[in-house]
Ligand binder design. Structure first.
Ligand code: SDX
Length: 381
């Protein structure tokens, strides 16, 4: 450190805030949401209950869950005139993450008369609508309104995939799978996108615009964009004849920028507990839907071979959540370039809870220092 400033590139050893939302033990491979292990949450809660827990600190009782769910349904509405304005603003050639981030930013303008407690519910209700609009505009399909008679994930899937003149029958296997994968993404302490949201909130950027910036951060290939990159990598391995060893050697070669996507994590130096669950969810949905997907088989072989390789073992590089999440999204029909959009829909309660916590804690603005390496003071000749 140089006097006052501790030099910590990548903030590897810096706690930038205090938070009670989620806890990660990287050595044990443990993740808690408000103290509850992810393994219990995934089996006993819906994504809406998990969102309530992450936003409010406790699991909802029956009455609280009812009122929370009813408000989300009530707010799952954007006036058709605004929908048309939004659709006119969606250029079809941009990546869906860029569109979703800009639409969320635009929506901020509509929200200034909303009381803060409802802001979180409005965004929880409206982000899936914006995500579905992005997809349907590109597919040339008309927008579909939210269906208040469906649960959160079935409604989300209906807004994405229902086709005109055909009644939409939710597939419980797919709805439950999406419910689980959204829960696995709901919060993860100070990852890059959550810290981005907190930084913007610390200078009083509105909730929706802070989340919009979080989405741009999530889009990075080393962060939430990895789920799409994993599938593209597995497809490349298949196309090049399935020689896994060659790709693992490539990932170990320092001169080669290629990294084994879906492997490694800043905190987990053991298995990412979410990856363990996601692997089972992937096996289950592929078996139940009767899909024969060579990508899943290849993924398991890549995991096996990598975990037999001394480089990966020494550096404690294990599969992370993104290694299996793309396989799950693919199995339930989500197009590849919408994978990170799904990650954003899952991470939304976490981003919002951190923004809310930072405000409640009245935290100072986030403004780190640097170690200066430029010229000493000099004069123009
Ligand atoms: C997510 O932070 C979060 O919590 C994120 C997330 C969340 O829920 O928000 O968990 C979601 O982003 C998961 C990570 C998704 N990204 C990937 O799968 C991309 C591939 N992984 C790597 O890019 C990397 O592992 C990171 C970015 C995830 C972690 O980077 P770090 O902590 O900065 O570690 P590092 O790059 O310093 O790696 C340490 C060593 C290096 O070798 P040396 O310089 O020590 O010789 O391990 C090597 C790296 O080269 N390494 C890899 C590797 N990951 C790290 N080598 C080959 N393949 C890899 N995947």
């Amino acid at each position: 450190s140089t006097g006052l400033i501790t030099f910590d590139p990548g903030l590897k050893n810096t706690g930038i805030t205090k938070s009670s939302i989620s806890f990660i033990d990287g050595e044990k491979g443990e993740l808690l949401y408000r103290g509850y292990p992810i393994e219990q949450i995934i089996n006993q809660c819906s994504f809406i209950e998990t969102s309530y827990l992450i936003l409010n600190g406790e699991l909802p009782n029956t009455a609280q869950l009812k009122s929370f769910s009813e408000k989300v349904k009530k707010f799952s509405f954007i006036h058709h005139k605004d929908i048309n304005k939004i659709l006119d603003n969606i250029p079809v050639f941009y990546h869906p993450m860029g569109i979703l981030s800009s639409l969320t930013y635009i929506l901020d303008a509509f929200m200034n008369s909303i009381q803060e407690e409802d802001l979180y519910l409005h965004l929880l209700a409206k982000l899936p609508i914006l995500a579905a609009l992005t997809y349907r505009k590109r597919m040339g399909l008309p927008p579909v309104c939210a269906d208040p008679y469906l649960d959160y994930t079935s409604n989300l899937l209906k807004m994405f995939f229902s086709v005109p003149n055909k009644s939409y029958e939710p597939n419980p296997i797919i709805s439950d799978t999406l419910n689980k994968i959204l829960i696995l993404h709901a919060d993860h302490e100070q990852n890059c996108s959550t810290t981005t949201v907190r930084l913007l909130g610390s200078v009083h950027v509105g909730l929706f615009s802070s989340i919009s910036a979080g989405m741009s951060a999530l889009w990075g290939k080393l962060h939430g964009g990895a789920n799409q990159a994993v599938i593209e990598m597995l497809e490349d391995i298949l196309k090049s004849g399935g020689n896994i060893k060659k790709w693992i050697e490539k990932a170990k070669n320092k001169k080669d920028p290629f990294r084994l996507m879906g492997f490694g994590h800043r905190i987990y130096k053991n298995f990412d507990p979410r990856a363990k669950i996601a692997k089972k969810v992937a096996e289950n949905v592929i078996q139940k839907l009767g899909i024969s997907d060579p990508i899943l088989k290849l993924a398991k072989n890549v995991e096996k071979k990598a975990l037999q390789d001394s480089y990966f073992l020494e550096k404690k590089l294990y599969p992370n959540i993104d290694f299996y999440s793309g396989i799950i999204y693919q199995a339930i029909g989500i197009p590849k370039d919408m994978f990170t959009v799904m990650f954003a829909l899952g991470r939304l309660p976490g981003w919002m809870a951190h923004w809310k916590e930072m405000k409640l804690n009245k935290e100072p603005i986030g403004r780190p220092r640097q170690v200066y390496t430029g010229y000493k003071k000099r004069n123009i000749k």
